[in-house]
Ligand binder design. Structure first.
Ligand code: TGC
Ligand code: FAD
Length: 402
C-alpha cells in the first residue's frame, strides 16, 4: 500500500455522542467563522422568532418588521461582494439558510428571494447605476425585492413566457402577468423577465410604476407566513435605464435560480433537523404501554432512518458548499442537492408527524407546518421532476423536457 494514502491509526476515544442530531459530527467540517455565523443566526431566531411561528402560520402573517433586522445581521445578499453586502462565503450563506428554514421556510424564502434572486440579478446583470441605487437598500432591508419569472401558463417552461417588452423610441412598453411571486406586493422593486424581439431580457420595475399592480394570492395551505402575489403589467412604460444591460437570454434568469436553489438545498436540512429534534424529544417523553415510545423498535427504526437521511443531506450540502466556494459548482450538481435534500426533508417531516400522533396535527408542534411548507419548496425553484430531468440530461446528454 502507498504510504501516503495510509490512514493514521486512531487511538483517541471519540467519547459519547453529544448531540443525537450530529450523528456524523458534521459541524467539525466547518470553520470557526462558519460556526459563529450559524450560531448567531440560530440565537437571533430563538429569541426573536421561534415563539411566534405557529401563530404567523395560522394567521398567514409575514413578519415584515423583521426585515431590517435581517439586514443588520448581514443576511440579505449575504454572499455578494460590495454595495453594503456582507461578502461571506457561500457555505456561510447556506448555513444561514439552514437556520432560517429550521424556523420556517417562509423566512428562508424571503432571504432567498431578496438576496439570491432580486439582489443577485442586479449585482450580476445590472448597470453600475442600478447597483448603486438598489443594492445598499436591499442589503439593509430598507427596500424589498421580488423576482418575476413564472406566469399563469408557464411555470416549468419559462422559455415560452408571454410577458412581452416592446421598444418604443428609447423606452420599453411592458405587458403581461407573473404568478406566484414571493414578496410581490411588498416589493419596492421587481426584477421582471420578458420576451423581446431580441430574446428574453430582464427589467427593474419599481413599485408604483403606472400600469404595474400586485395582488396577493390567498387560501394557501403552505408557506402561509410568506407573501405570494400575482403581478400584472398593463402598458407599463419603462426607460431604457430599467433594462438589466448584461442579461441576455433565458440563461440569465436560470443562473439566478442556481443561487437560490443552493440556499434551498441547505435550508431543507434545517427544516428536517427541526422536525427530527421535535420527534426525538416527543418520543422520549411520550409513554404508551408503560414505556416511552422511543423504546419501541418501530419508532427507533423511523428515528434511525431519518437521522441517516438528515446527516447524509448535510454532508451533501457541505460538499456542494465547498464546490461553490471553490468556484467549481455545476448547475446539475445544484439540482442533485435540491432534488435529494428537499425530497428527504419532506419525507422526514411527514414521518416525524406520525411519531407525534394526534398532537402532530397541532400547530403547537412544527413537523406538519414544515411538511406543508416543503410542498412549496418541492415545487418552486424547479419541481422534483424538472431537477430529475436536469440530472437525466447530464447523464445521457439528451434533453427530455419537450
Ligand atoms: P435550455 O435550452 O436548457 O437552456 C436555455 C439557456 O439557459 C442555459 N441554462 C442555464 N444557465 C445557468 N444555469 C442553469 N441552471 C441553466 N439551465 C440552462 C442553457 O445553457 C441555455 O443557454 P444558451 O446560452 O444556450 O441559450 O432551456 P429549456 O427551455 O429547455 O429549460 C430547461 C429547464 C426546464 C431546466 C429550465 O427551464 C428550468 O429550470 N425550469 C424550471 C423553472 C423554475 O425553476 N422556475 C423557478 C421560478 S423562481 C422561483 O420559483 C422562486 S421561489 C423562491 C422562494 O420563495 O424561495
Ligand atoms: P407546472 O410547470 O405546470 O408543472 C405541473 C406538474 O407537471 C409538476 O409536477 C411538474 O413537475 C410537471 N411537469 C412539467 N413539465 C414536465 C416535464 N417536461 N416532464 C415531467 N413533468 C413535468 N416563481 C417566480 O418566478 N418567482 C417567485 O418568487 C416564486 N415564488 C413562489 C412561491 C410559492 C409559494 C410557490 C408555490 C411558487 C413560487 N413560484 C415563483 C413559482 C414556481 O417556480 C412554479 O410553481 C414552479 O416553477 C412550477 O411551475 P407550475 O406551478 O406552473 O407547475
Amino acid at each position: 500500500m502507498d504510504k501516503a494514502t495510509k490512514a493514521p491509526e486512531s487511538t483517541a476515544d471519540p467519547g459519547p455522542l453529544r448531540d443525537p442530531l450530529e450523528l456524523l459530527d458534521t459541524s467539525r467540517l466547518l470553520s470557526g467563522e462558519e460556526r459563529d455565523i450559524q450560531a448567531s443566526v440560530r440565537g437571533f431566531l430563538a429569541d426573536r422568532v421561534r415563539p411566534h411561528l405557529g401563530r404567523w402560520f395560522e394567521e398567514a402573517h409575514f413578519p415584515r418588521d423583521l426585515v431590517p433586522e435581517l439586514g443588520k445581521l448581514g443576511l440579505l445578499g449575504m454572499h455578494l461582494e460590495g454595495y453594503g453586502c456582507a461578502g461571506t462565503n457561500a457555505t456561510s450563506y447556506g448555513l444561514a439558510c439552514l437556520e432560517l428554514e429550521a424556523a420556517d421556510s417562509a423566512l428562508r424564502s424571503f432571504v432567498s428571494v431578496q438576496g439570491s434572486l432580486s439582489m443577485y440579478s442586479i449585482r450580476r446583470y445590472g448597470s453600475e447605476e442600478q447597483r448603486r441605487l438598489w443594492l445598499p437598500r436591499l442589503a439593509s432591508g430598507t427596500a424589498i425585492g421580488c423576482f418575476g419569472l413564472t406566469e399563469p401558463d408557464f411555470g416549468s417552461d419559462p422559455a415560452n413566457m408571454r410577458t412581452r417588452a416592446v421598444r418604443v423610441g428609447s423606452d420599453w412598453i411592458l405587458n403581461g402577468s407573473k404568478q406566484w411571486i414571493t414578496n410581490g406586493s411588498i416589493a419596492d422593486v421587481a426584477t421582471v423577465w420578458a420576451a423581446t424581439e431580441e430574446g428574453i431580457r430582464g427589467f427593474l420595475v419599481p413599485r408604483g410604476t403606472p400600469g404595474f399592480t400586485a395582488t396577493d394570492i390567498g387560501h394557501k395551505q403552505s408557506l402561509r407566513a410568506s407573501i405570494t402575489s400575482a403581478l400584472s403589467f398593463d402598458d407599463v412604460r419603462l426607460p431604457a435605464s430599467a433594462q438589466l444591460p448584461e442579461a441576455r437570454g433565458l440563461g440569465a434568469p436560470l443562473s439566478c435560480l442556481n443561487e437560490a436553489r443552493f440556499g434551498i438545498l441547505f435550508g431543507a436540512v434545517g427544516a428536517a433537523r427541526d422536525c427530527l429534534q421535535t420527534a426525538l424529544s416527543y418520543a422520549d417523553a411520550r409513554v404508551q404501554f408503560g414505556r416511552p415510545i422511543s423504546s419501541f423498535q418501530l419508532t427507533q427504526r423511523k428515528l434511525a432512518d431519518m437521522a441517516v437521511a438528515l446527516n447524509t443531506s448535510m454532508l451533501l450540502a457541505l460538499h456542494l458548499g465547498r464546490l461553490k466556494d471553490a468556484g467549481r459548482i455545476r448547475p446539475e450538481q445544484v439540482s442533485v442537492g435540491k432534488l435529494n435534500n428537499v425530497r428527504q426533508a419532506i419525507a422526514i417531516a411527514r414521518e416525524c408527524r406520525t411519531i407525534l400522533g394526534a398532537n402532530g396535527i397541532s400547530l403547537d408542534y412544527s413537523p406538519l407546518r414544515h411538511a406543508n411548507n416543503l410542498e412549496s419548496v418541492l415545487t418552486y425553484e424547479g419541481t422534483e421532476e424538472i431537477h430529475t430531468l436536469v440530472v437525466g440530461q447530464a447523464l445521457t446528454g439528451q434533453s427530455a423536457y419537450r
